[in-house]
Design a protein around this ligand. Sequence first.
Ligand code: FES
Length: 237
Amino acid sequence: MATHAFKINRYNPDDERRGHYMQEYPLDVQKGWTILDCLNEIKWKQDGSLTFRRSCRSGICGSCAMTVNGVNMLACETQALTLKSSTIVVEPLRGYPVIKDLVVDLEPLVESLYAVKPYLITKTPLPTDQERFQSPEERAKIDGLYECILCGACTSSCPSFWADKKYIGPHGFLKAYRFVADSRDEGTREHLEALDDKHGLWRCHTIFNCVEACPKDLNPTKAISELKKELVREKIG
Ligand code: FES
């Protein structure tokens, strides 16, 4: 057990005069506690007004993405003692409007996701057996693409998004490529449509922040480069 100082962003929309400020909470961190466990301890035993999102506690729902000591991560997947710092600074994801304390408004993330038509587009009728089959090799092509949990950590870490709030962002590109790479999908043009735009693919400067930030170890930058090739192929017919 070790005493840590948690410095946590506080913001209450009903107290605009105060704005954002950091509040410090001491906490005896036990071995095995995640950052989410620590936040729960603080909320349950020190300050019930502290507000943050969480749901699954298993790295599945993406609700608990936040910035800890300057790095985007899932609070429920991060062991507090591995941070090797007795001061832990917890902030909301950058680039999104803050609703309260650590909770951000993810509406821009959802809007840009819709733009890439994040669903299977088919044009040929279903085969009589009612299934669209894939070979194991075709199925393997969407490994590393379908696992995104839409936590927002990648896009929140991207300077292109900080500069342009309408930028589709790495989460949207990864999702677009998940369908473009799917052998059953027949809507490549539709998925690419929104990407060939000033808020689209060409605004990516290959900084790789998204790769570092992804808690699922996915590679949106690789997906972006594949999509750029697809777009050029589409353009030259
Ligand atoms: S609470 Fe669901 S990913 Fe952390």
